[in-house]
Ligand binder design. Structure first.
Ligand code: TMP
Length: 262
């Protein structure tokens, strides 16, 4: 099933959104963020969500229709990620994940700088042209990792975020999984980045990741209208069914917070 219709933008450049969700005609696309601790399965779910929204998910029995949808819809959804999902972001991602350690405060500011560039260069233009955006990690990563994980006071991280006035997502999907299960997945995957390998240290063990997971759960409790918590411990197909159900249920007219309110 394709969620977004194959309609072209009208003369004013406004895109007509899905009949299947029942969403009203709107000039802007919807902004979905996917969050969770390292190893929660974000990338798998983001990829499948984008394919589904675009109508390019595998339906072998309907191949001609699928190809038609693919041609018409392939530019309807932007799949992106943080840190680094824009032209200048590659350098920042390398600095953050492969460079030498920086202080927690510097790390926080680099994540915010990356987000600012990412919004200007990719996310805002896509949404304004009517495309939907699916982004792996966003402001909740900053709150969960830099505050619960690194220990920077929550009010300080929130203060920086308020100053930045980043757009608020229409929906955030939190893939909730316990730290030990996520860690086992990361170990199976192999090479760890700087942040992941720091968690390896004898000093911290699973403490950091467990705190981040806890942070995410608290954020979800505080903002239930925006953040949907899905159990990410089961197999990828089951999780994806929950993702689909959540998007259909939540992204209807009138649902979702407005701009610039965290
Ligand atoms: P990933 O893109 O492979 O998930 O790796 C990104 C890492 O950066 C991950 O460990 C989470 C971390 N991170 C933060 O600490 N704060 C942030 O604001 C963002 C976007 C990511």
């Amino acid at each position: 099933m394709s969620l977004l219709q194959a309609e072209e933008p009208d003369a004013r450049g406004e895109s007509r959104m899905t009949k299947e969700t029942g969403a009203a005609e709107t000039a802007e696309g919807r902004f979905i963020t996917i969050e969770g601790i390292d190893g929660c399965g974000k990338s798998t779910q983001a990829k499948r969500l984008c394919e589904w929204l675009d109508g390019t998910e595998k339906e072998p029995e309907k191949e001609p229709e699928r190809r038609q949808n693919q041609r018409q819809n392939q530019k309807k959804v932007l799949r992106t990620f943080e840190p680094g999902g824009w032209s200048g972001g590659e350098f920042l991602r390398r600095l953050l994940l492969e460079g030498s350690p920086v202080t927690s405060r510097t790390e926080l500011l680099l994540f915010l700088a990356d987000r600012s560039g990412h919004l200007d260069a990719e996310i805002e233009p896509a949404l304004l042209s009517g495309r939907w955006v699916v982004c792996e990690r966003y402001t909740d990563s900053t709150l969960a990792y830099q505050s619960w994980g690194r220990g920077i006071a929550l009010r300080e991280v929130e203060g920086f975020l308020d100053l930045c006035r980043f757009r608020t997502p229409d929906l955030t999907i939190l893939l909730d999984i316990g730290a030990p299960a996520a860690r086992a997945r990361l170990e199976r995957r192999g090479r760890l980045d700087r942040i992941e390998s720091e968690l390896d240290s004898e000093l911290d063990k699973e403490g950091f990741m467990a705190r981040v997971a806890q942070g995410y759960r608290e954020l979800a409790k505080r903002r239930p209208e925006r953040i949907a918590v899905l159990d990410a411990a089961s197999d990828a197909d089951r999780v994806f069914e929950a993702v689909q159900e959540c998007v259909l249920r939540r992204l209807r007219p009138g649902v979702g917070p407005g701009r610039n309110s965290a």
